[in-house]
Design a binder for this molecule. Structure first.
Ligand code: KIV
Ligand code: ZN
Length: 498
């Protein structure tokens, strides 16, 4: 019989730490519910003490999700653990994830401490968390660079103190797969009481080895993996959920099974990518847009004769519809609905009608409507719920002309018009918005990206706006990049103008 591998998803904690990827509570609940549908065992919902927003999200996710364990992160600090316990109050199954750095780099430089003191703190935080919950996971931050003998002492002591799961993070993504596997085996063979706890992997991808290290960890005895959708996460990211799930599904001889419903993988991948404004690289394993695309004649011929000639996974197994339906201006609502559902978006009829209208307008301007366009169209409908909306924008600019923008904003149903000039059309549009919203705001970052290619393409704008010493992120997509810039600015403003 195969061994059960627990999937611990940290998209909403480690994944969400990426600048510009922050989600609001409603979006986090949407992702958490989809993770539940996907079959993950544990959802790390946030780091409650870090901000009131994170605290609220853990509370709301705890209420919204039924089956998976809800986990909250803390440092080895009592007030963090108090906050985590409070945020988890409504969770049906709860876990506190607490820990401390154990490598000499962390001990000396981060804590200016010594090994004995850190060991005491590790034990103390686990004991303190056990006063609140029965399920306590301990992380030994930078375990990848921690000497195995000392790591084993710490792990033994925290299990003795009541840890039910012991997390061995390769925080800097430094380990080679064989080294990481050896570390897990060393703990299994040298820690007294190790069988009372589950060993967890948590690998970062700095050297592109996160998945390989995770798999080696499992092959050497780990039975929980910490992963994110699309491998998102700080720097080069975390181990990607879809890769680990499909590796063990494809290699049944490894004797490992998960609870993941693989057919939901593609939908949730697109959903997370869209909500976090984080494109998936086209050649990303499992979920990249080229993952099942065959362009060379020899491959096409081989796949047409027998799919397995060049494909080890049936695209349908991960929710990719291989009989891809092309969306054009002649497509009907049914085709659009089908595509949206494949992307994990279920719209009610009236919303679908609105998105379809926008779809037809876009299809008139753009030959190929791809998944990103469809996501953008579905997401765009969200602007209808926003307090401040752009009603119209007209810009005149050109060689020898001073750019001027005329704008109309709808604020809670009331219309405000203004005009402004600037040193370029985007500057004029932003100034016009500012002349209506009288707040001191600074644009700190402004990024324009083409979604696909070609002059008919949709441009995506990411904006980082500072207001009242806080940073807010705005996003918009439009075939008109000046409109997209104004909409991204308004999107950010909507996050602090309540
Ligand atoms: O990478 C890491 O070490 C972490 C811990 C906080 C679990 O994310
Ligand atoms: Zn991490």
């Amino acid at each position: 019989m195969a061994d059960r591998l627990f999937i611990f998803d940290t998209t909403l904690r480690d994944g969400e730490q990426v600048p510009g990827c922050q989600l609001n509570s409603i979006e986090k609940i949407e992702v958490a519910k989809s993770l539940e549908g996907l079959g993950v065992d544990v959802i790390e919902a946030g780091f409650p003490v870090s901000s009131p927003g994170d605290f609220r999200s853990v509370v709301e996710i705890s209420k919204a999700v039924t089956w998976p364990v809800i986990c909250a992160l803390t440092r080895a600090v009592e007030k963090d653990i108090d906050a985590a316990a409070q945020a988890l109050e409504h969770a049906r199954r709860k876990r506190i994830h607490t820990g401390i750095g154990t490598s000499d780099y962390h001990i000396r430089h981060k804590f200016a401490s010594n090994r004995e003191e850190i060991l005491q703190r590790a034990v103390a935080c686990v004991k303190y968390a056990r006063r609140y919950v029965e399920d306590v996971e301990f992380y030994a931050e930078d375990a990848g660079r921690t000497d195995n003998e000392y790591l084993a002492r710490v792990i033994e002591a925290v299990i003795q103190a009541g840890a039910t799961v012991v997390n061995i993070p390769d925080t800097t993504g430094y380990c080679l797969p064989a080294q990481y596997g050896e570390k897990i085996r060393y703990l299994l063979e040298n820690v007294k009481g190790i069988h009372r706890a589950v060993i967890s992997t948590h690998c970062h991808n700095d050297l592109g080895m996160a998945t390989a290290n995770t798999v080696e960890g499992v092959m050497n005895g780990a039975r929980q993996v910490e992963v994110t959708i699309n491998g998102i996460g700080e720097r080069a990211g975390n181990t990607s959920l879809e890769e680990v799930a499909m590796i063990f599904k494809s290699h049944r001889d490894a004797g490992i099974e998960t609870n993941i419903n693989s057919q939901k993988i593609y939908g949730i991948s697109r959903m997370v990518s869209g909500l976090m404004n984080m494109p998936v690289q086209p050649n990303k394993a499992i979920v990249g847009r080229n993952a099942f695309a065959h362009s060379s004649g020899i491959h096409q011929d081989g796949v047409l004769k027998n799919r397995e000639s060049y494909e080890i996974i049936d695209p349908k197994d991960v929710g990719v519809d291989d009989s891809a339906i092309l969306l054009t201006a002649r497509s009907g609502r049914a085709a659009l609905k089908h595509r949206l559902q494949a992307l994990g978006i279920d719209l009610e009829q009236d919303k679908l009608d609105k998105v379809y209208e926008e779809f037809l307008k876009l299809a008139d301007r753009k030959k190929d409507i791809n998944d990103d366009d469809v996501m953008m169209l579905a997401g765009r409908d969200k602007t209808a719920m926003q307090r401040i909306r752009l009603e119209y924008l007209q810009v005149t600019s050109g060689v020898g002309l001073k750019p001027v923008a005329s704008i109309c904003l709808n604020i809670s149903g009331e219309r405000f018009e203004a005009a402004a000039s600037g040193n370029g059309p985007v500057d004029a549009a932003i100034r016009a918005v500012k002349s209506i919203i009288h707040r001191t705001m600074t644009i700190q970052e402004f990024l324009i990206q083409a979604i696909d290619k070609g002059s008919d393409d949709v441009g995506k704008v990411h904006m980082q706006v500072e207001y009242d010493n806080n940073t807010y992120y705005g996003f918009a997509a439009n075939t008109d990049i000046i409109a997209a810039s104004a909409e991204a600015f308004i999107d950010a403003i909507n996050k602090f103008v309540k």
